[in-house]
Structures are given as structure tokens and as C-alpha cells.
Write a protein that binds this ligand. Structure first.
Ligand code: SF4
Length: 426
């Protein structure tokens, strides 16, 4: 690991942080990144020379040493806040993580923070622009080829280039990923997206992430072409990935053959076998009907893949008037059957974890909350080892913390872990 001091900054090349994410109350760091430190900021760049994190180092101008800005694969800057309560009753209790992602676009947050109005965050982004200018003009005489190559790579990946690269990613997979499964929080939302189907079985009226298209699986040739182009797109930085998102909104409905083909081809092409000690993660969405229709063959197949697979199902409610209110075309008996199947699969298969989403929101009735609390309270003891329940605030609900008491009440009664589902895009 080479390090050099230049002008007022220090460059450390390709520092190896923990390969897997450690959930802890210090700045999130993982994978191999080069670090540039100035007296005010720490900048992390991935193996393609693309900026990934910016963190303030001066507490006079930065709110908390754990807080930072993260640039996503879709080129959004997300501010990771620790909130105003860093105890066990704060963000970790709501999100299952030590930070609250504050997004630069409308979402369903229980606590809205606009980092655009935070001068410290804006100053950090301005400092990045200044860093590009400084690196462009730096004298590289006497520097090693590796350092010179790194500086050139960073300068070649300025804000304009990164914007174009995100557009390229969306064009490879056929559009932007409007929402990631909540379980991707386990890998800090760092997934390689591969689309194997489009549209939904239901197109529910309340949903703010749907495409409005009818469900249709992609052709194998389309999937293989995406894999080829994604491999080129991620390049050297593939080394920093160990997770795959097979999209889109109801991948489970695409069936056993397509899912296992896409997972196996991705595993080989993206080099997920680079470490025997790290099990890659596979994330997919499913629906009530696709889960109920999936036979044991599919789960046997998923369980035998070289991935630990998370399947997230939108159950929404076990109250009939609520399902009718949100225009979800399933009845409560199907939702209950799907919930039971989730518990059964989680008990039966070591490498599969099904999680479920239910709704949270001001317009929802007392009956919705009471029936949900009872469902989660009655989970038998032998089904509690796996499976998380996510409560997803309706978009039109009041922001901020009015919904938290309801969330905490359900969490208190549930026999399964319960967290907030914040809708995040890629
Ligand atoms: S809630 Fe799920 S199934 Fe319904 S429209 Fe949205 S993505 Fe599709």
C-alpha cells in the first residue's frame, strides 16, 4: 500500500478495508479503495478511480465523524446521518443500521432531512470539485507510475463523466432501478443489478415504484448480453462487489430456470468466486402469488446456489379493507398463506431468507395495525430464527416522526425483527 504527501493532501493507494461490512457505529468502510486526505476531508475512490465517499474531518464544520456522503452506482449523493439519537433507541433501532440514508429525491422516510440545505454537505461536494482541479494541476514529477496512474484515473472520472457512466448503466439494464430490496442494506446497497423480468403481476394503485407494465420475463439472450456489458462496465471495481440484485419487481415470478441461469452465469462472470470464505448474496423481490406458486423445486435450486439468497415479498396488510383501500388485488387468506410459507421456507432452507413488507401510514386503520401486530405476535417460537419484517411508510403519509410510535408499538409486539423500509433507488 503506497502512500505519498503532495501539497496539502495525502494519497494512499488501494487500501484494503474489511471485505465484508461490519455493522458498527464508526464510518462505514469496506472493500479496496484509495484514500485522499486533506486537513478538512477524507475522499475514498474505488478501483476505477470513481469517488465513493466523502467525510468531513473537522468537527467545527462537520456534524459527526461517523457521518458521510456516499455516491451510489446510480450517481446519487446520499448523506448518511446518525440522527440526533445515537443510542440503541435511535437510528439502529429503526433501520437495523447505524445511519439513516438521507436521499436527494422524494422517498418515504420517517424522518426527512434535506442535505441540500446543509451547508456542510454542500461544502464537501464543493471540496470534491476543488480536488479534481488540484489533481489536474498537480506536478507528477518523481511520482511512481502507480500514483501517476491513479491521479489520471481520478481526473478522468470527474462529475460529468460519472453522470454519463450512470446513464450507461441504466441503458445496459434497460432503465433505472426504482427501488432496491430492503435486505440490500446488509451490503450497503452495493449490488450489481441484472434485469431478468419487467413489470408486476398486480400494478397496485398505492405503489410509487411500479413501471405500470405487465409482468414479462426477459429472453436468455438479453440476460447474457447484460452480463457481458455489466462485466465491462464495472471493470476492475468488480472486485469490490459480492452481491447481485436480480430485478425487477417480481423476479420470483420469472421461475426456477431463468433465476438459476442468471445467478449461475453472474457468479462466474462477475468473479463472485474470488474468495472461498465470503458467501455472495443474491437479492430478489417476489409477490404473494409468485411465492405461493413457487414449488419446492425452485427453493431446492436456490438453496443449492453458491449464494445466500434474500427474497423480499410485499404483503402490505392482513386487513381486507386496507388491501381494498390500497387496491392490492389479493385477499387476506392469500396474504396469511404467504406469510406462513415465508416462515416454513426460512425454517427449511439454510441458504434462503424470505423477508416481508407491510405498510405504515396515517390513512391506515386501527384494524390494519391490530391485525398486523397479532400476526407478528403469534409467530411460533421455532420460526423466529430468520426473516425480517419491514414496515414501509406510504409516500403520502406525513413525514418526520409521527409514524415512529406506531412502528415502535408493532416492533415491541413482534416475535420477528422489525425495521423501517426506506425506498431507495439505484
Ligand atoms: S407493490 Fe409490488 S407488486 Fe404492487 S405495483 Fe408495486 S412493485 Fe408491483
Amino acid at each position: 500500500m503506497e502512500s505519498v504527501r503532495l501539497n496539502n493532501f495525502t494519497i494512499t493507494l488501494e487500501k484494503q478495508f474489511p471485505k465484508d461490512i461490519i455493522k458498527a457505529s464508526f464510518p462505514l468502510r469496506y472493500g479496496k479503495h484509495s484514500v485522499i486526505r486533506t486537513p478538512e476531508y477524507e475522499f475514498l475512490f474505488n478501483l476505477n478511480g470513481e469517488i465513493k465517499f466523502i467525510r468531513g474531518l473537522n468537527l467545527k464544520s462537520w456534524p459527526h465523524l461517523t457521518e458521510q456522503l456516499k455516491r451510489t452506482g446510480g450517481n446519487d449523493w446520499v448523506f448518511y446521518s446518525v440522527g440526533d439519537d445515537s443510542s440503541d433507541k435511535g437510528v439502529i433501532n429503526w433501520m437495523g443500521e447505524y445511519y439513516l440514508p438521507c436521499l436527494p429525491y422524494p422517498s418515504n422516510s420517517v424522518w426527512e432531512i434535506s442535505y441540500f440545505s446543509n451547508p456542510n454537505a454542500m461544502n464537501a461536494l464543493a471540496a470534491l470539485s476543488q480536488l479534481y482541479a488540484n489533481l489536474f494541476g498537480v506536478c507528477k514529477d518523481g511520482l511512481s507510475p502507480a500514483l501517476r496512474g491513479f491521479i489520471d484515473l481520478v481526473v478522468d472520472n470527474d462529475e460529468g463523466v460519472l453522470h454519463e457512466k450512470s446513464k450507461k448503466l441504466f441503458s445496459i439494464i434497460g432503465g433505472r432501478v426504482s427501488v432496491l430490496p430492503p435486505d440490500t442494506r446488509h451490503v450497503d446497497y452495493e449490488v450489481i443489478p441484472l434485469m431478468i423480468a419487467d413489470g408486476c403481476l398486480y400494478n397496485c394503485k398505492f405503489c410509487c415504484v411500479k413501471t405500470g407494465r405487465q409482468f414479462k420475463a426477459r429472453l436468455k439472450s438479453d440476460i447474457m448480453e447484460q452480463i457481458k456489458q455489466l462485466k465491462d462496465f464495472y471493470g476492475r471495481n468488480l472486485e469490490n462487489y459480492n452481491a447481485l440484485f436480480l430485478g425487477n419487481h417480481d423476479t420470483l415470478a420469472a421461475g426456477e430456470e431463468l433465476i438459476s441461469m442468471a445467478a449461475a452465469e453472474s457468479f462466474a462472470a462477475f468473479g463472485f468466486d474470488h474468495s472461498a470464505s465470503r458467501v455472495p448474496k443474491l437479492f430478489i423481490f417476489g409477490s404473494v402469488d409468485s411465492l405461493l406458486k413457487s414449488g419446492s423445486g425452485l427453493f431446492e435450486k436456490l438453496n443449492s446456489l453458491p449464494f445466500y439468497t434474500y427474497i423480499n415479498i410485499g404483503l402490505e396488510s392482513v386487513d381486507a379493507p386496507t388491501l381494498s383501500y390500497i387496491h392490492k388485488p389479493v385477499d387476506t387468506s392469500k396474504v396469511r398463506d404467504a406469510f406462513q410459507k415465508m416462515l416454513d421456507i426460512n425454517s427449511a432452507y439454510a441458504n434462503i431468507e424470505i423477508t416481508a413488507n407491510f405498510l405504515l401510514g396515517e390513512p391506515l386503520s386501527t384494524d390494519h395495525y391490530q391485525s398486523l401486530a397479532k400476526l407478528l405476535r403469534d409467530v411460533p417460537a421455532d420460526s423466529r430464527s430468520k426473516g425480517v419484517i419491514y414496515l414501509s411508510p406510504l409516500m403520502e403519509s406525513p413525514k418526520k416522526r409521527e409514524l415512529l410510535p406506531k412502528f415502535l408499538e408493532i416492533k415491541k409486539q413482534s416475535r420477528l425483527p422489525v425495521y423501517i423500509y426506506l425506498i431507495q433507488r439505484l
